[in-house]
Ligand binder design. Sequence first.
Ligand SMILES: Cc1cc2nc3c(=O)[nH]c(=O)nc-3n(C[C@H](O)[C@H](O)[C@H](O)COP(=O)(O)OP(=O)(O)OC[C@H]3O[C@@H](n4cnc5c(N)ncnc54)[C@H](O)[C@@H]3O)c2cc1C
Length: 289
Amino acid sequence: MYIPPLEYTAPATLAEALTALKKTTGAVPLAGGTDLVVMMKEGRAAPASLVSLRRLSELKQISFDGDAVALGAGVTVTQIERSELSATNPGFTDMVRNMANQQIRNRATVGGNLCTAAACADIPPILLVNDAVAVITGSNGERKIPLVDFFTGPRKTQLKHDELLVSVTCRAKNRGTSYIKFGPRKVVNIAIVGVACALEMDGESIATLKIAVTAASGTPLLLETNDLMVKGQKANTEQWERVAKQVVEHLSPISDIRGSAEYRLELAQVGVIRACETALLRLQGGADA
Ligand SMILES: Cc1cc2nc3c(=O)[nH]c(=O)nc-3n(C[C@H](O)[C@H](O)[C@H](O)COP(=O)(O)OP(=O)(O)OC[C@H]3O[C@@H](n4cnc5c(N)ncnc54)[C@H](O)[C@@H]3O)c2cc1C
């Protein structure tokens, strides 16, 4: 369907963007438009006005600070692909390669992916296993929340109407990361299930393990070392199978056009095992992303 005429502004500063959002009830931020415009054309979203973020250069930066990185909300998936992160944190490369196609990746932003909060989104899992924190700003100032708490339900977040996601910070260097995605096709593929892993070893024993799963619950699931009871344990197939069984107990998938709930649980188990195996191989110098 055609989108009916509506108000559109493209503020030059973050302050102006916040004012524009506050001024009009039903005003909505527009980033790459790969979710929002599609929803508008399908009649699933009808904002009163659009506040474009395209001129806000401060949202488009990737800034490294020691072991941490801040990804501006307006950073595109292609920017991630071309950044140092691809070399220092291979799970990001897995995510990029598994997301949409080149045209979409050129426009799709980190902020858009997180704020849409689709239950099948590909960016949250790899951020979650890298200790991500969301930086939000609004007329009442800035607040930071762990990304895991940002999502409150399918397509729901903690963001208020007059707030913007500014950036997300996470670990930049993490060699033992991976993202395994199962979808109905090889490209332009919406996840049936996606599993991210971040593993650190202390010699032959597991030091830390984080697993995040998308598309198998209303919000992305994050389980950490203590939840998984793996500290000091051996890293082997039996261990990954045990971890996988534990992870699926926390999932509550739906059945839909892409797969049944039972199928998703099976895939999640396989995904956890493969993600852990890949992360371990990378720590040992193999399985390049
Ligand atoms: C053909 C196709 C294939 C796709 N494949 C995938 C895929 O494989 N994996 C996947 O995860 N997604 C996929 N998507 C979905 C989409 O591309 C991503 O979710 C993308 O990251 C959205 O970013 P955007 O910049 O286009 O967001 P937009 O569409 O501009 O915005 C999305 C939502 O976020 C809000 N928003 C955006 N930025 C901010 C901000 N800074 N602060 C507050 N709110 C904000 C907007 O108001 C809107 O509600 C696909 C989409 C298409 C059309």
